[in-house]
Design a protein around this ligand. Structure first.
Ligand SMILES: Nc1ncnc2c1ncn2[C@@H]1O[C@H](COP(=O)(O)OP(=O)(O)O)[C@@H](O)[C@H]1O
Ligand SMILES: [Mg+2]
Length: 153
């Protein structure tokens, strides 16, 4: 858990306006915990406690940049996902973090994401054991950027 927070924090400090972070991984993998770390890295008050926006659907926090935290867990239909009005959020100048990004993959075309999301940072968290997680980090960005080296953390 400490490691997950730390990893999130170092990613958070390197984020820029307009970044979209897609989090993949099973229930309990650590997506919300990682989001908490990102928020700390974005200078949100350390004592601010992040909960999964499971019922509220979208939580908004203000760090060094506006932060939008979304959890798609309870959304099953495309209509529900579209009704969130995510386009307005993801194309503005904040940082958007989406848990259960699996739900953005179209079933017809797995290479394409809903809402036509192109530029993004994908993080996959895999549960290895109760006390171990594996993070996979992939960026899909128009220009090279420097990020913390996850393998060294
Ligand atoms: N690096 C880690 N190693 C072991 N356990 C972790 C690690 N990171 C987080 N955890 C634990 O995994 C759980 C993750 O919960 P949460 O972040 O709510 O998951 P999710 O949002 O993916 O459903 C927490 O109980 C946390 O203590
Ligand atoms: Mg969660």
């Amino acid at each position: 858990m400490e490691e997950t927070l730390q990893l999130g924090k170092s990613l958070g400090s390197s984020l820029e306006a307009g970044d979209i972070i897609l989090l993949f991984g099973d229930l309990g993998a650590g997506k919300t915990c990682f989001t908490q770390g990102i928020c700390h890295g974005l200078e949100l008050d350390k004592d601010f406690y992040i909960r999964s926006p499971t019922f509220t659907l979208i939580n908004e926090y203000s760090g060094r940049l506006p932060i939008y935290h979304i959890d798609l867990y309870r959304l099953d239909s495309l209509e529900e996902i579209y009704s969130l009005g995510l386009e307005e959020i993801i194309y503005n100048q904040g940082v958007t973090i989406i848990e259960w990004a699996e739900k953005l993959r179209s079933s017809q075309n797995p290479d394409k994401l809903l809402l036509n999301i192109q530029d993004r940072i994908e993080i996959n968290i895999k549960v290895i054991s109760d006390s171990q997680r594996e993070f996979t980090f992939n960026t899909f960005l128009p220009a090279p950027r420097s990020f913390p080296d996850f393998t060294l953390l």
